[in-house]
Design a protein around this ligand. Sequence first.
Ligand code: BGC
Length: 266
Amino acid sequence: MHKPLEGQTALVTGASSGIGFGVAEALAKAGAAVAINYHSHGEPAEKLAAEIEKAGGTAFAVGADVSDEAQLDAMFDAVRERFGTVDIVVANSGLQKDARFVDMTLDDWNTVMSVNLAGQFLTAQRAVREFVRRGPRPVSKALGKIICMSSVHEIIPWAGHVNYSASKGGIQMMMKSLAQEVAPQRIRVNAIAPGAIRTPINRDAWDSKEALDKLLTLVPYGRIGEVDDIGRAVVWLASDESDYVVGATLYVDGGMTLYPGFADNG
Ligand code: BGC
């Protein structure tokens, strides 16, 4: 099997479930050694690390709250200790705290902003520092790669989720501005904007036939996404196959951002 990330090391935040879990699996399959970050649920992350190791890969689970600088520093230290350095950082941790706008509390707002937006800022900052500290490696043309997990809601407004869509809109410009700043150092920063992917975060949208049928009216390609759809996109963005891709957002959404309501002439 072709392993495009052989010899490289990766860190995926928020990888104990959902998209992060699938991304960690995909990176390991592609040959990378993977640090699997979790916040509160260590067990699935430990289990995934054990499975990767059993299959001949290299992985370990590491706990940290990405909105806490000291915990992030400790996590990067742990990654350095285990792998020497990191080549690929996937800033994926994210959560929803949905509420109608008039009822949304400042805590709902701040929690989502601090994990989804500040968490990616702090994670990416430590990634850049590490890439620069250790200098070039023969394993990749780039000094390092950062992949920010955005959402179709960086451009699709979302009533009832003002905090979440604002955080993802923020990720779009954070990613691009950062990409512009560090490209001269040959650091590639890009984002993936997933659409509806079957994970626990949106279970209500797919766990009954009625819900799924309704969801699929928003997806021209006619199926819900699976975490491996995102995993494969991350592997490509992390590999030298995408070496000239800098500051791009890759929408992996079955066409959700194509204004499907206009398919019948609006
Ligand atoms: C959200 C999901 C939602 C999807 C498409 C994601 O960013 O986390 O809950 O199903 O966007 O609307």
